[in-house]
Design a protein around this ligand. Structure first.
Ligand SMILES: Nc1ccn([C@@H]2O[C@H](COP(=O)(O)OP(=O)(O)OP(=O)(O)O)[C@@H](O)[C@H]2O)c(=O)n1
Ligand SMILES: C[C@](O)(CO)[C@H](O)COP(=O)(O)O
Length: 225
């Protein structure tokens, strides 16, 4: 199996509010996007396409390793992944889609996703259980119901796909559609999505505290095997 990866790095990071694209924000001196690319290569991916904000393409090219393809992203994550998909070379039979915003993802998670694809799964995502009590609230903030949490899962990346299934699902998707992840894109096309164990270290950097936690994890020597 030849696996390519798309790194979605074209977001602005408005909730982080760092004043530069989130994927360029440094963690221990290295941009988040570089951590994400390294994890994918360490986990067994052979080819990486990084999707970046068009206006900052030069800044990304300056920090990314040679051999990594760089393409301009779109206004939504879905549009950015679509652009990345179009830039993957002909050899790839499987595609992983990963957030640049998950810098400390262990290579073992990448390997679990690749192993599921190797075993013939058309689509696979890493997930974790929900650990908090989960409720529904109305427009006034009043709790209307508690949601049984046993079947709930938090969805992480990298998400893995049989290339033909992912390409067909994106081709069938409305050009303006904006779904929260790629598993939703293939499910809409009728592709079953399997799960493997995620990892707390795959946590997404969304707000400033997440960056603090990631830096702290490195300081105390948490590795990412
Ligand atoms: N138009 C977009 C929007 C998001 N992403 C990427 O999708 C991943 C997950 O998105 P999120 O964490 O929501 O990033 P942002 O959209 O940058 O964050 P915010 O919503 O706070 O602006 C990120 O790696 C981000 O760079 C992308 O490639 N293209
Ligand atoms: C793709 C993702 O990281 C899976 O959890 C997530 O859906 C991205 O969501 P966001 O709304 O772009 O933060």
């Amino acid at each position: 199996m030849h696996a390519a990866a798309i790194v979605a790095a074209a977001g602005s990071g408005s909730r982080l509010g760092a004043g530069l694209p989130k994927a360029l924000v440094p963690l221990a001196g290295r941009p988040l996007v570089c951590w994400a690319v390294d994890t994918l290569l360490d986990g067994g991916v052979s080819e990486v396409v990084v999707v970046v904000p068009a206006a900052q393409r030069a800044e990304f090219e300056a920090v990314l390793p040679r051999g990594v393809a760089v393409v301009d992203g779109g206004a939504s994550r879905t549009a950015s992944v679509r652009a990345g998909l179009a830039a993957i070379g002909p050899a790839a039979t499987a595609v992983l889609v990963h957030d640049a915003a998950r810098p400390l993802t262990p290579a073992a998670v990448v390997a679990r996703v690749l192993a599921a694809l190797e075993a013939g799964t058309p689509a696979v995502i890493p997930v974790l259980p929900v650990v908090d009590t989960t409720v529904l609230v109305d427009d006034d903030g009043l709790v209307t119901d508690a949601v049984p949490r046993a079947p709930l899962r938090r969805v992480q990346t990298p998400q893995g796909f049989d290339r033909a299934s992912l390409v067909a699902a994106y081709a069938a998707l409305d050009p303006g559609a904006d779904l929260t992840d790629d598993a939703a894109v293939v499910r809409r096309a009728g592709v079953p999505v399997s799960t493997v164990d995620g990892d707390e270290r795959c946590a997404k950097v969304t707000v400033a505290h997440d960056l603090t936690l990631a830096a702290l994890a490195l300081t105390v020597g948490e590795s990412t095997p």
